[in-house]
Design a protein around this ligand. Structure first.
Ligand SMILES: Cc1cc2nc3c(=O)[nH]c(=O)nc-3n(C[C@H](O)[C@H](O)[C@H](O)COP(=O)(O)OP(=O)(O)OC[C@H]3O[C@@H](n4cnc5c(N)ncnc54)[C@H](O)[C@@H]3O)c2cc1C
Length: 383
């Protein structure tokens, strides 16, 4: 749903110019230095990019899903590290409170996420708990007016910058699966919290993950999101449903960027006496990439509109994430191929994007997990 086309167009125009004129020129520097310049972080704050999805009454832009995916597609046209910086505040790092938080929790944290003053991270994954995320081992044991949290969370995006962590922890050790898990909002400065070394990643330099270790961390009972135990896994799944559409849209945006780079290169590069874009085998790669990107975009838009109508989109979100993230992998591979040897050299952005997009198939549910979600829903609907 687009609430006011004029306002949205202005936002997208501004963002599009910012991506083209400010972010694309510093992509290589960010990759080289593994850091986003402070000035860029500040500009992104000023543009309101940390609060795209935070409701307006808490200082954000309150974008609908359709509006959000259009914005995410624009952001996809530059290094995913920039998107990742604002990604947790607009998604997994804040959505638990937006969806299920108490009014006090919303008032306390959402305005700070929206302004970018506070970075929120999402702590679900653990060393022994990945795809089987309902089997969370981190514990939160009630002690008077507090809970005591113990456990290690792994690969946590933006943890080195985080001011708060949304932590999924088991409050009822007698219940093994999802029902024993609760979600907490935990402030980063508390005693007993420590961070592991930054992970050395395949791609997305400039975006950082690390372990977050909770060693007898005492949090007040009102840190329990929504104030009710046993709802944390369901909160996490709602958060991820929305996140899947966002990642799908980013994948579409990156695919569009890669097509643009590959098309330009194919028009500039001459072999056998003509620009390589005149060779039909190159044209096939360009055309397949265009068609698949269009298909992905159509899926995301349809699913986003359905979500805005208040209809369930678990299947559509999983279908979109599965297709779009796999699709951008194929598009990146073709973009490298079209560049020939140059595609393997880091001077060309396609080399970097090829590595960057690999992550999209892994986090917020691997491709196999999307397949399982889709098939399970199919069976359930048929029964
Ligand atoms: C850069 C990065 C950032 C991340 N950010 C965050 C974050 O901010 N917060 C957070 O909580 N987590 C984060 N993660 C973790 C991420 O969500 C997990 O890595 C992902 O869910 C997969 O879990 P796993 O790595 O334990 O793999 P595993 O679950 O061990 O899976 C290994 C392989 O087995 C497959 N597999 C597993 N179960 C099945 C099954 N039932 N059927 C078929 N195949 C199966 C998987 O698809 C995969 O191919 C991040 C990861 C990375 C790499």
């Amino acid at each position: 749903m687009i609430r006011d086309p004029e306002t949205l167009n202005q936002l997208i125009d501004t963002l599009s110019r910012y991506v083209r004129d400010r972010l694309v020129p510093v992509e290589a520097q960010v990759a080289e230095e593994d850091a986003i310049p402070d000035a860029v972080v500040e500009e992104m704050r000023e543009m309101g990019l940390f609060g795209l999805t935070i409701p307006e009454e808490y200082g954000g832009l309150g974008l609908t899903m359709e509006e959000e995916v259009l914005v995410a597609m624009e952001l996809g046209k530059t290094s995913p590290a920039f998107r990742s910086l604002i990604g947790t505040n607009n998604g997994i790092g804040s959505a638990g409170i937006v969806f299920d938080g108490t009014e006090e929790q919303k008032q306390k944290y959402l305005p700070k996420y929206a302004s970018g003053e506070l970075i929120g991270s999402f702590c679900l994954t653990e060393p022994d708990v990945g795809s089987d995320s309902a089997s969370v081992k981190t514990t939160a044991v009630r002690d008077g007016d507090d809970y005591i949290i113990n456990g290690t969370k792994r690969f946590i995006t933006n943890a080195p910058r985080a001011g708060t962590f949304t932590v999924m922890a088991r409050t009822d050790s007698s219940v093994k699966g999802a029902k024993g898990v609760s979600a907490f909002i935990v402030e980063a400065g508390l005693d007993g919290i420590s961070l592991g070394a930054k992970d050395k990643k395949m791609g997305q330099a400039g975006s950082h993950t690390c372990d977050v270790i909770f060693d007898n961390v005492r949090v007040p009972a009102d840190s329990l999101i929504g104030g009710v135990e046993g709802k944390g896994f369901y909160t996490a799944m709602k958060v991820l449903d929305r996140g899947r559409l966002h990642i799908s849209a980013v994948s579409v945006g990156v695919a569009e960027r890669l097509i643009d780079d590959a098309l330009q290169f194919s028009m500039d590069r001459t072999q056998f006496g003509q620009p390589i874009c005149e060779h039909q085998l190159i044209q096939a790669m360009l055309a397949d990439s265009k068609a698949e990107t269009f298909a992905g975009k159509s899926m995301v838009m349809e699913a986003a509109r359905k979500r805005d109508r208040g209809e369930p989109v678990s299947t559509e979100a999983a279908c979109s994430k599965l297709f779009c993230t796999e699709m951008v992998g194929r598009v990146a591979d073709r973009a490298v191929q079209i560049h020939g040897g140059a595609g393997y050299i880091s001077e060309y952005a396609v080399e970097r994007f090829y590595r960057d997009v690999r992550l999209f198939r892994l986090y917020e549910g691997t491709s196999q997990i999307q397949q399982i979600v889709i098939a399970r829903n199919m069976v359930k609907e048929k029964q």
